[in-house]
Design a protein around this ligand. Structure first.
Ligand code: FYN
Ligand code: ADP
Length: 582
């Protein structure tokens, strides 16, 4: 165990103060107002975590690097500053890679900093401790990847990493720091001069006036216009401009999962409850920070009114995005507006004019009719109180609790636990809902909880499938260690999708989708000093959630629900080649 080294060490032969690699990394982060590190100590970065903490950075140590990485990635989404994840070499680095790729895929700014082994030995493949060419491995998964070999270059390395992470389309950046670098010493004054305070790391990108005019012209031609808001719109923190545009045009909008709450889900222009009606019916669709990827059926096929799987439904698309390459990635985009969303929406609002015609009344009435019908159907389902409790009766409680606590951060992962929650639990404020994202990944849960609590200071509510929770469950120790106001609700139906599969051979192993029946997950929280509650009814769930929010204590509520509840692959059964609709 090393001791904490002084900020400025002095060599025996020279009186001039010197600094070292550890210190320069910390100084460079601080200079750029990066105040939190999510990571896991070990060789060669243990002293970096100690010294960073001694210097006033918040260093949050996790039990597995993947969770620290997911935390960093979502901190980037929530704050527009790169979330930093710090790991050891080879295995720790590899554990962090999943999150790095996740950040890149989801357009979240994140920097994965990993210690690495001695270059000379790695390159000659002489079998070093944790030998691995990490830079080469990280490159295809990152938006950018850099290695720093000399202490004098640390300032440049951190500056480049920050710019790459947050400018243009945000993404994951890898920064390779070999062990030897940390111990290098240089003159302290000279070292200070090498540091860079990044000026304007995410420069505004103003859209061209003709692109804005074209977009409005296409929109104006619509009989059935629709706006789709994606998580890029949430990231942009342009909430006022977005809301103004939606309300001034009167166009119905559909929030993608993490854009829920950008306008309150109860907004009269929300078409969320008429999704499968508006997508094929709309004639002009404006995408704001949303890609036409699988989550939007690639803009074609039956979802969009096309005749076959790949058939274009005939819609025109307007796409507001920071990436000039995004348009036409799946179907033709008639009016790309390239720029940052804040600047684009401001320009669109400025060009709207006072007399923008509202969409035809028949379109709005048809949507309202579908919405009213679906909302009424949902209300009927939620009012039931079956025994045992099921997804709906549990989520009816969660819906009320979130309504009463609109500032709470909301984490959600699972299959059915994700899909039911998304459509049942309304969000009221921007950037409150954080979930599995572009990949539908399981495992973001506890990392997101930690980062959401730390980055926002708000109460966190996590709705977890029992399978999803398992990917990061050990981090309840981290949540307890930092005493974070996190209330985890596990919707426990004894398995993946549901708990009723049987082994067709009659052999001793249970089916691959089945877990220990009646597992007592709440005891995991109790083991570390948090509050664990086992509930079987909506009333018990309500009380447990209210207690958790009132006390702000780390709480895990194990909500036992009907093990027959749930469908294979939730709402995305069509992607599962062998799924039987059950
Ligand atoms: C939505 N809906 C509502 C409401 N909101 N009804 C009543 N009231 C309210 N407030 C209705 C909506 O109209 C839909 O019905 C239905 O609920 C589902 O809405 P959702 O969730 O918006 O739509 P859908 O079709 O599920 O969206 C497609 C999707 C989504 C691909 C965007 O499924 C998704 O985000 N999936 C992510 C899945 C994932 O990542 N899983 C993790 C891997 S799980 P209809 O209009 O009648 O259709 C591994 O197995
Ligand atoms: P969703 O899954 O919610 O549909 P996506 O992740 O598919 O959202 O899309 C997000 C889009 O937002 C990406 O294409 C990305 O380039 C874009 N984006 C991210 N940040 C900004 C920003 N500040 N300004 C403009 N576009 C942005």
């Amino acid at each position: 165990m090393g001791t904490v080294e002084p900020e400025v060490a002095t060599t025996s032969e020279a009186a001039a103060p010197v600094t070292d690699g550890f210190q320069l990394v910390i100084d460079a982060l601080k200079l750029n107002r990066i105040d939190t590190i999510y990571g896991l100590p070990g060789i060669p970065i243990t002293d970096l975590t100690r010294r960073a903490q001694a210097e006033g950075l918040r260093v949050l140590a996790f039990r597995h690097e993947q969770n620290a990485g997911y935390a960093a990635s979502i901190a980037g989404f929530l704050t527009q500053k790169p979330g930093v994840c710090l790991t050891v070499s080879a295995p720790g680095f590899l554990n962090g890679l999943n999150a790095l790729a996740h950040a890149t895929t989801n357009c979240f700014p994140m920097i994965l900093i990993s210690g690495s082994s001695e270059r000379e030995i790695v390159d000659l493949q002489q079998g070093d401790y944790e030998e691995m060419d990490q830079l080469a491995i990280a490159k295809p998964l990152a938006k950018a990847a850099y290695r720093v070999l000399h202490a004098e270059d640390i300032g440049v390395g951190i500056a480049r990493a920050i710019r790459a992470a947050v400018s243009g389309r945000p993404g994951g950046v890898y920064l390779d720091l070999p062990a030897k670098l940390f111990a290098q010493t240089i003159d302290a004054e000279a070292g200070k001069r090498t540091l860079i305070e990044v000026v304007d790391p995410a420069p505004r990108q103003i859209p061209a006036a003709d692109a804005v005019a074209r977009a409005l012209e296409v929109l104006k031609s619509a009989k059935k216009p629709l706006i789709i808001l994606g998580k890029g719109a949430a990231y942009a923190q342009a909430d006022g401009e977005i809301r103004a545009f939606v309300e001034r045009t009167g166009i119905p909008y559909l929030p993608m999962s993490m854009a829920k709450g950008l306008l309150p889900d109860t907004h009269e222009q929300s078409a969320a409850a008429a999704r499968s009606y508006v997508l094929p019916e709309a004639d002009v669709v404006m995408l704001v920070g949303a890609r036409l990827n699988w989550l939007l059926s690639h803009g074609k096929g039956k979802t969009w009114g096309g005749k076959g799987h790949k058939d274009w439904g005939g819609q025109k698309f307007v796409q507001v995005d920071i990436s000039p390459q995004e348009a036409d990635s799946n179907v033709r985009v008639d009016a790309p507006v390239v720029g940052d969303i804040a600047s684009c929406m401001a320009a669109l609002n400025a060009a709207l004019g006072a007399a923008w015609p509202k969409p035809p009344a028949e379109w709005l009435a048809a949507i309202a009719e579908r919405r009213t019908k679906n909302v009424a159907k949902m209300a009927e389902t939620l009012a039931k109180n079956p025994s045992p409790m099921n997804f709906h009766s549990a989520l009816a409680v969660v819906r009320d609790i979130v309504k009463a606590n609109p500032d709470a951060m909301f984490v959600n992962e699972g299959a059915n636990a994700l899909d039911f929650t998304r459509s049942i639990v309304d969000m009221y404020k921007p950037r409150k809902r954080i979930d599995v994202g572009t990949w539908g990944v399981m495992g973001i849960g506890m990392g997101y909880c930690v980062a959401a609590a730390v980055a926002t200071g708000q109460q966190v509510i996590a709705i977890e499938g029992d399978s999803a929770f398992g990917f990061s469950g050990m981090e309840v120790e981290t949540i307890c260690r930092y005493n974070l106001p996190v209330c985890i609700v596990i919707l426990n139906n004894n398995g993946v999708y549901k708990g009723t599969d049987v082994n067709p051979t009659g052999g001793p192993d249970v089916a691959p989708t089945v877990f220990v029946k009646g597992a007592r997950y709440e005891k995991l929280m109790e083991a570390f000093g948090g509050v664990g509650v086992h509930v079987t009814t909506p009333a018990e769930l309500r009380k447990a959630m209210e207690d958790a929010i009132r006390s702000r204590k780390p709480t895990l509520i194990n909500a036992a629900i009907d093990e027959t509840a749930g469908t294979e692959s939730g709402r995305i059964t069509s992607l599962n080649p062998t799924a039987k609709k059950k």
